[in-house]
Design a protein around this ligand. Structure first.
Ligand code: HEC
Length: 464
């Protein structure tokens, strides 16, 4: 039955040549699990596109409604939290997959001639993926989104000559506001997807024309085709696809199978993360609260750490000189690395630069994570004070990082604004004595409890 339908379609649509170019492409050296990262990235992009379309059904790109629309998706929409989770973790997975894909290509020297253009289009695809991450981060319009984007835009502003223009282009106004949000939204859901889709096609088109590089052992045989043009290749006929490669195997079925297994596995991992790990919104964006310290996505953390080390005149080094140089070197790497060898051991400079870069990234990431999650050893007095805070219902009037009422002042950073221990003791003993007319009740607390409560409120500070 199925073959009847296929025959019928084939007689009309002439599918056989398509089948040849899509499925029967030879893979030199045969199928391998190491080649799955490209298709994995493509799969994750499709997942992002689909989940993004569903999120766009409810999302409203205005400062008044963006935050609440995300809240609505999270709490009211059927499967809303799940779809948003897929989109959130899918983004992380896509950055990881593209990173691994580039690492594999780099390690295998697969960017060597004749695949320079394939590599360069790939680098642009990577940049666009980072563009997705940057523009997508602002959309929830919470404090973190707002202030992280502010940091990013300020960095762009340090680029000489064109910095101001770029900032105006990104922000569309004097401040980060409604125009910025709709602009980021349009770029995130229209401009970038269209560009990415076109470039993926170009990437795959080039791949099909030059063919996959194959394992580094088979490298010598392959490379003779473009360069010397002489020898065995000359007798093999004109067609690139005809070329016989030892141990070659077609894309279908084994590579297709491996790719499919990885895609399915990835979907389960991303879905499991979406169902189990939450990533709560911070407070709604408050442009007047300049004290908020944003934290970027984990894949930007190493860079965030680097930024902490440079100040004053050195700042441009981290904000644009190093990133600019990095992407230029990455883009033109096939021309900078003139070594025609494929085996990593025969390419010590490439191997050392790649490894050096990774070491720096992971060391910075490690330091950053340690700083972020270093739980300061909790002083028992502080723990006790925190318990009293809960027990006496202080949250009924006070807010700490978005939790609690708004009758009294926000206490999120009271340790910074009021560092005086003595003031707090007297205030807790009798609020009216230091704040005449205060409606804060006089709680029945003993000296020990007042001490503990004071120790706790003094810990409410901005992270340093
Ligand atoms: C009925 C509402 C209410 C309750 C309950 C309440 N507070 Fe207050 N609190 C206020 C008000 C109003 C002020 C501002 C006037 C003042 O300083 O007393 C204030 C001020 C403060 C301040 C000084 C903040 C600043 O920046 O000056 C601290 C610290 C504080 N409260 C801690 C607490 C703690 C701890 C508890 C629980 C034991 C608590 N409050 C319970 C209403 C309340």
């Amino acid at each position: 039955m199925a073959s009847k339908i296929y025959e019928w379609l084939d007689s009309r649509l002439k599918l056989t040549p398509l089948e040849n170019s899509l499925l029967n492409e030879p893979i030199p050296g045969g199928a391998s699990w190491i080649y799955v990262f490209g298709s994995a990235t493509l799969f994750l992009f499709v997942l992002q596109a689909i989940t993004g379309m569903f999120l766009a059904v409810y999302y409203a790109p205005t400062p008044d409604h963006a935050y609440d629309s995300i809240r609505f998706i999270e709490t009211q929409v059927a499967f809303g939290a799940f779809v948003r989770g897929l989109h959130h973790w899918g983004a992380s997975a896509m950055v990881t997959a593209i990173g691994l894909h580039m690492l594999q290509v780099f390690l295998y020297g697969a960017y060597n001639p004749p695949r320079e253009a394939l590599w360069m289009v790939g680098v642009v695809l990577f940049l666009i993926t980072l563009g997705f991450a940057f523009t997508g981060y602002l959309l929830p319009w919470d404090q973190n989104a707002y202030w992280a984007t502010q940091v990013g835009i300020n960095m762009v502003g340090t680029v000489p000559v064109v910095g101001d223009l770029l900032v105006r282009l990104l922000r569309a106004g004097e401040t980060l506001g409604a125009l910025t949000l709709s602009r980021f939204f349009a770029v995130h859901v229209l401009f970038l997807p269209a560009t990415l889709a076109l470039l993926i096609m170009l990437h795959l088109f080039i791949l099909r024309r030059v063919g996959p590089a194959g394992p580094w052992r088979g490298g010598r045989e392959r490379r003779t085709s473009g360069e010397s043009g002489a020898g065995r290749e000359a007798t093999a006929g004109p067609g690139v696809v005809e070329r016989r490669v030892r141990g070659s195997e077609t894309f279908y079925p084994r590579q297709v199978f491996m790719d499919a297994v990885v895609m399915l596995g990835l979907f389960f991992i991303v879905a499991a993360l979406a169902l189990t790990v939450s990533f709560p919104l911070t407070d709604k964006a408050d442009p007047s609260d300049t004290s908020f310290v944003p934290v970027p996505e984990w894949y930007f953390l190493f860079y965030y750490q680097l930024l902490k080390y440079v100040h004053g005149p050195l700042e441009p080094l981290a904000t644009w000189i190093l990133p600019g140089l990095f992407f230029l070197v990455l883009l033109f790497w096939p021309f900078l690395d003139r070594n025609p060898a494929r085996h990593p051991m025969a390419r010590p400079i490439a191997l050392a630069s790649g490894a050096g870069f990774l070491v720096i990234v992971f060391v910075l990431l490690g330091i950053s994570l340690r700083d972020l999650y270093a739980v300061p050893r909790l002083d028992p007095a502080v723990a006790q004070g925190k318990a009293i805070y809960t027990q006496f219902g202080c949250a009924g009037c006070h807010r700490v990082h978005g939790v609690g009422g708004a009758v009294g002042p926000d206490l999120s950073y009271v340790g910074d604004t009021r560092p005086d221990r003595d003031w707090h003791s007297r205030h807790f003993r009798d609020p009216q004595s230091v704040a005449p007319g205060s409606i804060m009740p006089k709680f029945p607390l003993n000296d020990q409890q007042i001490g503990d409560l004071t120790s706790y409120v003094l810990t409410l500070k901005k992270p340093t």
